[in-house]
Design a protein around this ligand. Structure first.
Ligand code: F6R
Length: 613
């Protein structure tokens, strides 16, 4: 989704902006632009397409100065052209804006402004913001007050950054609702603004996150945070521990490849400090889970979108099995419209890599409104989903840049397992020996992941065999059923091959009609409690001429004798098996997409952080 960068200070803003936008490329975009204050006026460069085109344009017609703002746009209103790309200038070219979100009342505002004689230069909703600011300035307000009036007029959720040639000493920004974050990076005699931390991580680790309905007046030496009503706020300054190097590709060809291979480290870090192997106990202090709360809970709703929701599906199985507590996985975009039966004896647990997914935040709000305790498992430090939760587990994965989520899928699987063990322990329904055995199994996880990663050369061969298929079916059962969904999602989103995940037992109720020699079927069949059922599923596919690609436990000769290709995984306790079975599917999707020559890190139409409903 759209990325924002801003800079104010003694340096030339242009390279800071272009570099920051580069680090936000992973969010997905279809046009880009920068605006810089130079010799008392605002210069803008904008292009459709990739950032490299903007860099070329800036090389051909350079601009330099400070302050400056930049943007990568993911089109909502108006096609992705240079004309519709941000930044947008006001009619007198003295004010300029970049924006994330949708101005919901833009048609009405645009009609009003047009009737007053304003001629719009773009088809975007964003332009109404800057035209309104100019209008208020013309009525005598300074930039801050003109911006404040404008922020109070526009409807919807927004992240907005503005600057004016008439007040060159400041940038004004605001966060309204959940259209993505606005983070202010604090430097020495300079300050930075961004929608996401990676954009400014190389410059500073001291940051302020704007909360909803706050605005900031940022100069090179000072940051003033206020409510929309003008009340001054003492902000909390966070120190971000992400190492800038973690956002680099290093030896890998793509971020996705790097992130898949980082899972040994991320899983090790997920356990670090949280598992006491000697005592056989789990410690998750960030969750603020007391014995009283643990015993009060009657039901847990896990809510999330996409890959995170599939992690949640595994979590439901783990919680119900280990804690014996009812648990539902609710797709976040449906949750608030389904009038869920939630009260103060429930927990709503959100899972989100970005922590800024609009639907997930809205589901959390629905839970809060109905009195539930709100927890989250989040990767992006300081994000909204982390801040609004009563207790939040931080995924220990570091920044995930590839649009297709990989390491931010396996980390929450382990978090959910640990949460289930802790919860059962606090509720007093986990016999000591069982608890110790469950905790002890966790020590195997990083090593198991490492063994699957080492099989990449074999997986590549399977990828070569499949690279030209048109469709692909993924089947799984029990705890590995969500892995069928996740495997299909990975394949379709980066290779554009039509792929469907299905509970294997449902195959005979419809999808079986599709099976012929052109339909490869990926059967996730490790040695878990559903193994025999999966064997009979594989036989049914073979009986109809389908090609079977099985994910199977090393040494499983029976599966090997039936399947056309086998993706081997090491023997693993079944409750942790999804961590292991998903990795070959991540690698298979990655290798198929690269063999097809596709842009793996930034697949078409997708955004890393989906901050609109
Ligand atoms: C798939 C993918 C998406 C996200 C979904 C939720 O690879 O990345 O399906 O999982 O958009 O995003 P977060 O986890 O940021 O809430």
């Amino acid at each position: 989704m759209c990325g924002i960068v801003g800079y104010i200070g003694p340096r030339d803003a242009t390279p800071v902006l272009l570099n920051g936008l580069k680090r936000l490329e992973y969010r997905g975009y279809d046009s880009a632009g920068v605006a810089v204050l130079t010799d008392g006026h605002i210069e803008v460069r904008r292009t459709a397409g990739k950032l490299s085109r903007l860099v070329e344009l800036v090389d051909q017609t350079p601009l330099s100065g400070s302050p400056g703002i930049g943007h990568t746009r993911w089109a909502t209103h108006g096609v992705p052209t240079a004309r519709n790309a941000h930044p947008h200038l006001s009619a007198n070219a003295r004010v300029v804006v970049v924006h994330n979100g949708i101005v919901e009342n833009f048609l009405e505002l645009r009609d009003e402004l047009t009737a007053e004689g304003v001629i719009f230069q773009s088809d975007t909703d964003t332009e109404t913001i800057v035209q309104l600011v100019e209008k208020h300035q013309a009525a005598g307000l300074d930039l801050v007050e003109a911006a404040r009036q404008t922020f109070q007029t526009i409807q919807g959720a927004h992240g907005i950054v503005l600057m004016s040639a008439d007040e060159p000493d400041k940038i004004v920004c605001a966060r309204i609702g959940n259209a993505g974050g606005v983070v202010i990076g604090l430097g020495q005699g300079e300050n930075f603004i961004a929608s996401d931390i990676p954009a400014i991580m190389e410059h500073t680790q001291q940051v302020i996150f704007l909360e909803s309905h706050q605005m900031a007046i940022v100069t090179s030496s000072h940051v003033q945070i206020e409510t929309m009503a003008g009340k001054s706020i003492q902000p909390k300054i966070h120190t971000i521990s992400f190492d800038a190097a973690a956002a680099e590709k290093g030896e890998y060809q793509h971020f996705m490849q790097k992130e898949i291979h980082e899972q040994v480290r991320s899983l090790t870090d997920t356990l670090a400090g949280r598992v006491d192997f000697q005592a056989g106990r789990i410690r998750l202090p960030e969750l603020k889970l007391t014995t009283e709360l643990a015993q009060k809970i009657r039901k847990i709703y896990i809510t999330a979108c996409g890959t995170a929701a599939y992690a949640g599906m595994v979590g439901k199985i783990l919680i119900e099995k280990i804690v014996r507590l009812p648990c539902e996985l609710e797709i976040a975009s449906e949750f608030r419209y389904s009038d869920p039966i939630v009260d103060e004896n429930c927990v709503v647990l959100a899972i989100s890599q970005s922590g800024e997914t609009a639907d997930t935040l809205a589901a959390m709000e629905e839970g809060r409104r109905k009195g539930a305790a709100i927890w989250s498992i989040v990767n992006a430090i300081g994000s909204q989903a982390m801040r609004v939760a009563q207790g939040s587990l931080s995924m220990q994965t570091g920044p995930e840049i590839g649009v297709a989520s990989t390491k931010a899928f396996t980390a929450p699987l382990v978090d959910l397992y640990m949460l289930a063990v802790l919860l059962a322990d606090l509720r007093g329904n986990l016999p000591d020996a069982d608890r110790r055995a469950l905790v002890s199994d966790l020590r195997l996880v990083p090593q198991l992941a490492s063994r699957v990663l080492n099989t990449e050369p074999e997986i590549k061969k399977v990828a070569r065999a499949l690279k030209n298929v048109r469709d692909c079916l993924f089947l799984g059962r029990g705890i590995n059923m969500p892995i069928a969904y996740e495997g299909a999602l990975k394949l379709k989103e980066i290779s554009y091959i039509h792929a469907e995940g299905y509970p294997a037992g449902e195959m005979k109720h419809g999808p079986i009609a599709l099976i012929d020699r052109h339909m490869p079927v990926v059967c996730i069949a490790p040695q878990d409690p559903w193994h025999e059922k999966m064997l009979s599923q594989i036989q049914q596919v073979k009986a109809r001429g389908g090609t079977v690609i099985a994910v199977a436990t090393e040494g499983d000769e029976l599966v090997a004798s039936l399947a056309d290709h086998v993706l081997w995984v090491p023997k693993c306790p079944w409750m942790l098996s999804p961590v292991v079975t998903v990795i070959p599917l991540q690698l298979m999707a990655y290798n198929i997409a690269t063999l097809r020559g596709l842009d793996v890190d930034q697949p078409r139409n997708l955004a890393k952080s989906v901050t609109v409903e």
